[in-house]
Design a protein around this ligand. Structure first.
Ligand SMILES: [Mn+2]
Length: 360
């Protein structure tokens, strides 16, 4: 297990941030601590764990900056002149900030306020309990090292599960979900709940089988994934009639965004397959682009914050939420960091739901 120590290294990145707002347990941090904090923000200022074999936590936050190799979109953009490339999507370079780090950065707005009154929970978000949130940093070395990140992600999530913590994964594109779900081999059976504009059931795209258009197809092939529901489907994406048919034949429950808006969350919750354990995957494009614009494939008509929160509450009523990922956030496409802020809030709300339900 010692190799995990090498695999899980914090991705160091200088962030322009107002460190003066950081306050943990009402203690003033020393200059040195502030400097360290600015360089390596942790989720809501939580303690860090750089060695997963020693993890002691209820919630383990882990960044997996996993990006589909040979993404067809990249290829198409790459074939254009540099001038046109920059006009289309300058954020597709891997040199920008990682979503995991911008989410952490935004989450610091809540650091030091976790014991304050949260109107969404009618009290403090952690239900007055001593919930241990630990930030395990990011899998490295680089978002482009596809073959290295994949086994590293599976090993890291396995280690987190073995230590009895709930993994909260900060992606990465939606391919991230594939190696993460592999870690649940001995932790099933699972119902996978996906919030996404897209079906993600392509068997392959340009020969890539573990890319961002295939996570739900790959999940359906895992023996420990028992059932699936996909919420927020809308618009045009990579799916064709064949993929929709395959998802239905498998038994995935397909919920269009329009249907959700029409009948409401309560009705949709009735359609979620019963299960003891749920894995929740949120593709940022499942949410409405007005609240989560920082995605490569925005589509009008997505979920709102309260729809998402109430879905999470309803799922936690039905069974245990044993894992979570938030993917497809591209900071370079964001407007005023609002997609990262939304991600930070929804993750904190998920932790709140688990705390209030007594699941952690
Ligand atoms: Mn997706």
């Amino acid at each position: 297990m010692a190799f995990l120590r090498l695999l899980v290294v914090i991705h160091r990145i200088k962030l322009e941030r107002q460190v003066e707002m950081v306050e943990i347990d009402d203690e003033v941090l020393t200059d040195r601590e502030l400097e360290d904090f600015a360089e390596r923000p942790s989720f809501v200022g939580a303690p860090r764990c750089d060695d997963l074999t020693k993890l002691n936590a209820d919630i383990a936050v882990l960044g997996v900056p996993y990006r589909t190799l040979d993404n067809p979109l990249d290829k198409r953009i790459g074939a254009l002149s540099p001038q046109l490339q920059s006009q289309i999507d300058p954020s597709h370079s891997t040199s920008g900030p990682l979503a995991a780090d911008t989410i952490r950065q935004q989450s610091l707005r809540f650091a030091g306020y976790l014991d304050h009154y949260d109107f969404d929970f009618g009290g403090d978000i952690l239900a007055g309990r001593a919930v241990k949130i630990v930030d395990c940093g990011n899998i490295v070395p680089s978002p482009d090292k596809y073959e290295e990140i994949r086994p590293a992600a599976t090993a890291a999530v396995k280690a987190i599960l073995d230590r009895g913590a709930v993994p909260i994964i900060l992606g990465g594109d939606h391919a991230t979900t594939i190696p993460v779900l592999r870690a649940y081999e001995n932790h099933g059976p699972l119902c996978v709940v996906q919030i996404d504009a897209h079906l993600d059931w392509r068997d392959e795209v340009d020969g890539v089988r573990e890319g961002l258009s295939s996570p739900m197809r790959r999940a359906s092939e895992m023996p420990w994934v028992d059932s699936m529901i996909q919420i927020g489907l809308r618009g045009i994406g990579s799916a064709r009639q064949g993929e929709v048919d395959d998802a239905r034949v498998y038994g995935s429950v397909l919920i269009r965004a329009e249907e959700l808006h029409e009948v409401g969350v309560r009705e949709i919750l009735r359609q979620i397959p019963p299960a003891d354990a749920y894995y929740l995957s949120i593709d940022a494009d499942g949410l409405d682009p007005s609240i989560a614009p920082g995605v490569p494939a925005p589509m009008p008509g997505g979920l709102t914050y309260y729809e998402t929160l109430n879905l999470m509450r309803g799922i936690a009523e039905k069974g245990k939420i044993v894992g979570f990922d938030y993917v497809e956030l591209v900071p370079g496409l964001d407007i005023g960091n609002q997609t990262s802020l939304f991600a930070a809030r929804i993750i904190l709300s998920l932790i709140g739901v688990l705390a209030h339900k007594g699941q952690i």
